[in-house]
Design a protein around this ligand. Structure first.
Ligand code: ZN
Ligand code: ZN
Length: 697
């Protein structure tokens, strides 16, 4: 007699064993129609899973008209679609062997061995999709059956796929006491796959899908093992969602910072220099410098002190901070002190010995800094402080190095050396709340100037049941409250998450949605009770006694690399004038106007505007196209008539028509104003106050 508790707290009792489907049916026929699975006591299950004991059940539904679908429903649909794809591929290519087919964030893949047969080409997608559509049309049930591990292994041995045998062995090793199969239809007469499930109840529940790409992969991700073919697809509850997703994908591709970074020559990653080590080329360096100037000016207004520190520090420093020997796997190995190295060599120390010494942290040397904090702490500790000096705010665009797995590296968002917009605030307990608000103020100003209005804040609090946190609970309560209050002042959505705090203090994270609505996790502001303790930092209080300061780490934009990667995608490479590497290009209509183009160029550069002149032999239309490709915000087309009147004819990126002529001085004055105000003043409106513009969408 199971009693079922639903998410709204209501309960329903059943005479006999039941299933999520029966529960849905008991509520309404409509619900049963759109249910695709359930969470039973938190575990995602088939709709037909038997329930014999009391349980909490949340039905998972997929409705055609809904805008946002339940992520659980999408997961069930996507994994089920992987089965359908595998069946379709085996209909066309019966000899291929299946390996593993999980759901992904927006789709699914299946790893397949094509050994001994022709490799798969995306030209076959149409035929595969056709087969898939017919399997979905038939609305065949996903039927689960179970065998004992003995019978199951025997069946797999008979079938002879080493991949499925391996999957089963792993499942048994992980504690499974039986093996399960899912048949698309009826056992013994339809296609089946060894799988743990769960799935949607029938193929007809897979609403809309598309195959997307083929990649190569390795069995168990091991390059020395079998080569496999990974076929990717996407699936959604309904067509509209799929269409929206494909459109977003298309737009994302156009904005990909790796592609734009190359095209606009913003940065370069060079194999000879090293993976994940970004080279800022002149154009990208301008963007970074302008952004740093902007952040630097705001920091100055907030009374921060700029510091510079070296890229390495002694291992002892990191023993005190706790970064060494812990977290070794995410750092470059230490630079061993040359004297110690030759001493060890003369003692016959082997590579194995050396590696052990490193693991234990038993060597002398230096570390490429993984964090800036220890250096800043030593600056704070280098002179005595009274409570009257606090807060001390030390800021540095500090470059740090982390060892990221090579597979994780791509473009600007995952690198092995990066420069944080870092700062450390040393303050009294009472000052924490005010300092947090100051940190968030800065974020607000910068996001506003960059036109990033859609962002949210996540406040990470401690987990009440855990004892891993340092510092006394009363201080924690105060700091957590200060984080909440600071988040409140931003006027944007914020959430709090218990258990997300670091062990040394609560934190505030920033997540910004770019113009396509894609979320990007940026930096963080963190309260820290731990490092002041480890480094025995003090200040003299009004009572004349020593007290412990609190530290705040803040790098709200994360790193310059990541942030500018996000900005490239946000602006699709079309930076606002103040950030643009090349702000103005002067185009002479013909050779006759080259001298005047030079005059205009000189006048622009004299005012600090980043400008060039295109005086090549090409026709003016071609020059305009070239400049548009480089996303230069302003083009000044000059001919004999402009020269006579000291005018420039203006074209603006994003506006279709030629705006007409304006005096050179007016233009330069207005543009200088726009640049120095970082877009607050608009040159376009000053130069052409009464015009209507045809916007290029
Ligand atoms: Zn499955
Ligand atoms: Zn720090």
């Amino acid at each position: 007699m199971p009693t079922i508790t639903l998410p709204d707290g209501t309960t329903r009792s059943f005479k006999n064993d039941t299933t999520p489907f029966e529960i849905a049916l008991d509520i309404s026929e409509g619900l049963a129609q759109c249910a695709v699975g359930a969470r039973i006591d938190g575990v995602l299950c088939d709709l037909s899973t038997p329930i014999s004991n009391d349980a909490e059940v949340k039905l998972v539904t997929a409705r055609k008209g809904e805008k946002e679908s339940d992520p659980d429903a999408l997961e069930l649909i996507r994994h089920s679609c992987a089965h359908v794809m595998a069946e379709a591929i085996q209909r066309i290519r019966p000899a291929v062997k299946l390996v593993y087919g999980p759901a992904l964030d927006s789709g699914f893949y299946y790893d397949i061995s094509f050994e001994g047969s022709e490799p798969l080409s995306s030209e076959e997608f149409e035929a595969i999709e056709k087969e898939m559509a017919s399997i979905i049309d038939e609305d065949r049930p996903f039927t689960r059956y179970e065998l004992s591990t003995g019978d199951g292994m025997k069946k797999l041995q008979d079938e002879g796929s080493k991949y499925k045998i391996d999957n089963a062995e792993r499942a048994i090793e992980a504690g499974s006491d039986s093996l399960t199969w899912y048949v698309t239809g009826e056992p013994n007469s339809n296609w089946e796959d060894l799988c743990r499930g769960p799935h949607v109840p029938s193929t007809g529940k897979i609403g809309a899908f598309k195959l997307q790409s083929i990649a190569s992969s390795y069995w168990h991700g091991d390059a020395d093992s079998d080569s496999l073919t990974r076929v990717y697809g996407v699936a959604f509850v309904h067509k509209k969602q799929l269409k929206k997703h494909l459109k977003l994908q298309e737009e994302s591709k156009l904005r990909d910072h790796r592609v734009l970074g190359k095209k606009l020559r913003l940065f370069h990653i060079d194999e000879q220099v090293g993976q994940g080590l970004l080279l800022w080329t002149p154009n990208g360096a301008v963007v970074r410098q302008q952004l740093q100037n902007f952040i630097g000016e705001e920091l100055q207004k907030q009374n921060y002190s700029q510091v510079f520190t070296p890229h390495i520090g002694k291992l002892d420093l990191y023993r005190t901070s706790g970064h060494y020997p812990y977290y070794q796997e995410s750092q470059y190995p230490p630079l061993i002190d040359p004297e110690q190295l030759s001493k060890l060599a003369s003692e016959g120390c082997t590579c194995g010995d050396l590696s052990n010494l490193m693991k234990q942290g038993d060597i002398e040397g230096y570390l490429l800094k993984p964090m800036n904090c220890p250096h800043h702490i030593r600056i704070y500790a280098s002179s005595p402080h009274s409570y009257r000096d606090l807060p001390v705010r030390l800021a540095e665009f500090g470059t740090v190095y982390r060892w990221e797995q090579s597979g994780e590296i791509g473009g600007m968002t995952r690198v092995r050396g990066f420069t944080q917009d870092d700062a450390h605030l040393f303050c009294t307990e009472e000052q924490v709340a005010g300092e947090l608000i100051g940190c968030l103020d800065l974020v607000k100003i910068i996001f506003k100037t960059l036109g990033m209005h859609d962002y949210k804040v996540r406040v990470g609090l401690r987990d009440a049941d855990s004892d891993k946190y340092v510092g006394d609970p009363e201080k924690w309560d105060k700091a957590e409250d200060a984080c909440r209050k600071a988040a409140e002042t931003l006027g944007v959505p914020w959430v709090e998450e218990a258990g997300e705090a670091a062990f040394y203090g609560p934190k505030i994270d920033f997540i910004v949605n770019d113009v396509l609505g894609r979320p990007w996790q940026l930096g963080t502001v963190q309260v820290d009770y731990n490092l002041p303790e480890r480094f025995d930092l003090t200040y003299i209080g009004p009572d004349g006694k020593e007290h412990r300061p609190v530290m705040i780490h803040r790098a709200p934009f994360g790193s310059m690399e990541r942030f500018i990667g996000v900005l490239i995608e946000h602006f699709a490479g079309a930076f606002p004038t103040w950030l643009a590497p090349e702000q103005v290009r002067v185009l002479a209509i013909s050779e006759k106007s080259n001298d005047y183009a030079d005059t205009v160029l000189d006048a622009l550069r004299a005012r600090g505007i980043r400008a060039t002149a295109d005086q090549c032999d090409e026709r003016i239309q071609a020059k305009i196209r070239n400049a548009a490709d480089l996303k230069i915000p302003w083009l000044l087309v000059v001919g004999p008539r402009d020269a006579e009147k000291n005018n420039v004819s203006v074209r603006k990126r994003g506006i279709l028509q030629d705006l007409g002529a304006v005096s050179m001085d007016t233009f330069i004055g207005a543009l200088t104003g726009e640049i120095s105000s970082r877009g607050e003043s608009k040159a376009l409106e000053i130069c052409f106050p009464d015009s209507e513009f045809l916007i290029d969408t």
